[in-house]
Ligand binder design. Structure first.
Ligand code: PMP
Ligand code: GLU
Length: 397
């Protein structure tokens, strides 16, 4: 059968499939430690759960406007104003089925066939595939390790062609956890202005920030940056609501109108009940989120300490999100039983097989020397899992 050649080029999400495999193994009674999770291990706070139950009881279970309910748009407008110093009106906001759908809508709305989008390497798995689905071309910006894998101007300049249309900024970053400073964002904003690029700023990990670090939205740096930005955010990570599927985006009226038209024909409105839950998340008590962030910070510190005690591996400084990238490349070329470990995919596969520890191979993010471990799991699992990784490394010869 002659099926879509575009669809055939799309790789399934490795982050989702590895996490699902680890869940399946534990369901089958295997004692798995999963460092795969791309989601908080906390339950959605009770005030948010109750808002959803109330919405069901009140019959708020029908279609809503395709781009979302006005009350939630207002809450999002207020959030942008108070957290980010950004002024938007309701018609500059779209609410979607997760930040992922916002990104999908955005690429569909701005790209024509062959248009190039600058993607920071390492990148979140879905960016390249979403760009390809919109007939665009992902251009991987090979960020330098010496710059913490953040954009630097010389590397960006090398990637510009006549077809470059947009640049993705992801701070705090998945998978490195790095956070861009004001000066670094200013450099990117100036670069975008010079080449007339749309800035897609994925700020989904905004609230998961540790120590003295601060989140700055690139759209807030200048009127020009504001005008060329599509800001992506959502409640999935901040409020432990990954399964509810609510994300949102803000941009010019023109772009939001296009994104809304697309959404009106693909999924219609995001889940009505989840929208009311998200309304409570943004407007209600924030104390559960603050507790969660404190706990993540403790786990991060303890995980980094423990990783640094393992011989011949190193990890990147992670200031936000809930991931740590561990460089395991010193072990490439080594053998265990019949398997030779030559890359992160093989490393992760054999680690799961031998020690029942699930990690995400760095190859999923275009950074093959690393594995990504998530600390969205208990302290006990962190200790146990890292112990097993250390044991595994000792077996490699
Ligand atoms: N952007 C990044 C960087 C992510 O890690 C995720 C996690 N899935 C998303 C967007 C999508 O979030 P959501 O679950 O709201 O679709
Ligand atoms: N964003 C998370 C991750 O990177 C969740 C999985 C996904 O949506 O890809 O693991």
């Amino acid at each position: 059968m002659n099926l879509s050649s575009k669809a055939k080029q799309i790789a399934p999400s490795l982050t989702l499939s590895i996490t699902a495999k680890a869940k399946e193994m534990s369901k089958n009674g295997i004692d798995v430690v999963s460092f795969g999770a791309g989601e908080p291990d906390f339950n959605t706070p009770e005030n948010i759960q109750n808002a959803a139950i109330k919405a069901i009881k009140n019959g708020l279970t029908k279609y809503t406007a395709a781009s979302g309910i006005n009350e939630l748009k207002e809450a999002i407008v207020n959030k942008f104003k108070s957290d980010n110093g950004l002024d938007y009106s309701n018609d500059q906001i779209i609410i979607s089925t997760g930040a992922k759908q916002c990104l999908a809508n955005a690429f569909q709305a701005i790209l024509n066939r062959g248009d190039e989008v600058l993607v920071p390497t390492p990148y979140w798995v879905s960016y390249p595939e979403l760009i390809k689905l919109a007939d665009g071309v992902p251009v991987f910006v090979n960020n330098k390790k010496s710059n913490g894998y953040k954009y630097s101007l010389d590397v960006l300049e090398e990637c510009i062609t006549a077809n470059t249309r947009a640049i993705i900024v992801n701070s705090p970053n998945n998978p490195t956890g790095c956070i861009y400073t004001r000066d670094e964002l200013k450099m990117i904003a100036d670069f975008a202005k010079k080449y007339n690029l749309i800035i897609i700023s994925d700020e989904i990990y905004e609230k998961l920030i540790y120590g003295d670090n601060k989140h700055i939205s690139i759209a807030s740096l200048s009127e020009d940056a504001y005008n060329r930005a599509i800001v992506i955010n959502g409640v999935s990570k901040s409020y432990a609501m990954t399964g509810w599927r609510i994300g949102y985006a803000a941009s010019s009226k023109e772009i939001i109108k296009l994104m809304s038209s697309i959404q009106s024909h693909t999924t219609s409105n995001p889940n009505s009940i989840a929208q009311y839950a998200a309304l409570e998340a943004l407007n209600g008590d924030q104390s559960s989120m603050n507790l969660m962030v404190k706990e993540f910070e403790k786990r991060r510190d303890s995980m980094i300490d423990r990783i640094n005690k393992i011989d011949k591996v190193s990890c990147l400084k992670a200031d936000g999100a809930f991931y740590i990238m561990i460089d395991v490349s010193n072990f490439y070329g080594k053998k265990i039983k019949e398997s030779v470990i030559n890359d992160s995919l093989e490393f992760s596969r054999v680690l799961l097989e031998e020690e029942n520890v699930a990690v995400i191979p760095g190859d999923a993010f275009g950074l093959g020397d690393y594995i990504r471990v998530s600390y969205a799991t208990s302290m006990e699992n962190i200790e146990k899992g890292l112990e097993k990784i250390q044991k595994f490394l000792l077996k490699l010869e």
